[in-house]
Design a protein around this ligand. Structure first.
Ligand code: ATP
Ligand code: MG
Length: 337
């Protein structure tokens, strides 16, 4: 077992998820920071997000991650330190860190995740890396160490990761630049084109998340925005059909990349993949119609995650709690030297 405390971190572009072994708890916060006057941290996490699109011009609110990789190292280090300090009740104690990383990035980008923890001054005694898709599989209760073919699709905010696992390792993985953010943008554009109505990103996200229930009720989404012609604020009902049609192109991109991965998968792994089907996870995988369209497009059964936002960090928690899973994690020190 781990001596002292240990943390499992899934640094998502939109949400940072951290598991604490000591508290056996998961923290989920927006991966956002608000900087005032170019230097002072004004807010972080969910409270920075609350100010997004509303803050005065001297406060800069940003996501330090972009497309699944660290874009703003300084602010990312600050955020990690704040969150880890908060989770320890205000004072840092030595701990081990297991951090999930995408597979389809460069060695330098991977090393940056390791360096991030090392340089964040969080008293790291040990830093281990876990491929995100492997953690996803564990978090979804798949027997990743013994299965010979597991297809995991994680639809996040900036990215979608499509991976094939076998015997606890990654066989193939592709990270594509589509996800919840692209869905929100498509909805904004469709609403603007159809109704001459400008809506904010948060409104578009709210529409996206409510489609499932609105379709059940047979209603449209009632939103507030600004009329482009009159410049005045108006209320409008947006039909769900318009929203769903606007997402088709992005759904097809995801389905196509799953097909490409399947075409490249060694045939020996096909039997298990066929038997198990696809494991679909990530926050944006909950979007209405996506699971059904993937099933139709690939002919494979689709298993939807029960906790799609948390599956990576749940997998990390299983690794921290159970020594028999430790072999899926690896050290990165010395890499690239
Ligand atoms: N019920 C829902 N329906 C549709 N989309 C949802 C729902 N709940 C959350 N989302 C979307 O999920 C996305 C966030 O998911 P997640 O936390 O998995 O991403 P991330 O890990 O931060 O991003 P990435 O993996 O790309 O770095 C957001 O775009 C959010 O709008
Ligand atoms: Mg993610």
């Amino acid at each position: 077992m781990v001596q002292g405390n240990a943390f499992g971190i899934d640094l998502g572009t939109s949400n940072i998820k951290i598991y604490s072994l000591a508290g056996d708890s998961i923290m989920i916060e927006k991966n956002m920071i608000a900087i005032a006057n170019k230097k002072d941290v004004f807010a972080y996490g969910d409270s920075a997000y609350d100010m997004y699109e509303k803050a005065p011009s001297n406060i800069q609110i940003s996501y330090p991650l972009c497309n699944g990789v660290i874009a703003d190292i300084n602010n990312m280090e600050k955020l990690v330190k704040y969150f880890i300090t908060d989770m320890q009740g205000g004072s840092l104690k030595p701990a081990e860190f297991y951090i999930a990383v995408p597979t389809d990035i460069t060695e330098v980008e991977k090393r940056a995740f390791y360096d991030l923890i090392k340089d964040a001054n969080v008293k790291a005694k040990k830093i281990m890396v876990v491929e995100k898709a492997v953690a996803d599989g564990l978090g979804l209760d798949v027997d990743v160490k013994n299965s010979q073919g597991v297809l995991v699709v994680n639809v996040g905010y900036d990215t979608t990761e499509v991976s094939i696992l076998s015997l606890g390792g990654i066989v193939l993985s592709r990270l594509i630049k589509t996800g919840g953010l692209k869905f929100d943008e498509a909805i904004r554009q469709a609403v603007r084109k159809e109704f001459n109505l400008l809506i904010g990103q948060k409104t578009a996200e709210m529409i996206k998340k409510s489609i499932v229930s609105l379709e059940k009720e047979g209603k449209g989404a009632v939103v507030y925005g600004r009329d482009i012609v009159t410049g005045l604020p108006v209320e409008r009902e947006i039909p769900t059909d318009l929203v769903v049609n606007s997402l088709e192109e992005h759904f097809n991109t995801i389905i196509d990349s799953i097909k490409v991965i399947l075409e490249r998968t060694p045939p020996e792994l096909g039997a298990d993949i066929f038997r198990n089907g696809i494991y679909l996870t990530g926050g944006a995988s909950q979007i209405s119609h996506l699971a059904g369209l993937i099933q139709k497009g690939t002919g494979l059964k689709v298993n939807c995650a029960q906790h799609p936002v948390e599956s990576v960090v749940l997998g990390l928690s299983r690794i921290l709690k159970n020594d028999s899973y430790k072999s899926v994690a690896y050290a990165i020190e010395g890499m690239g030297k």
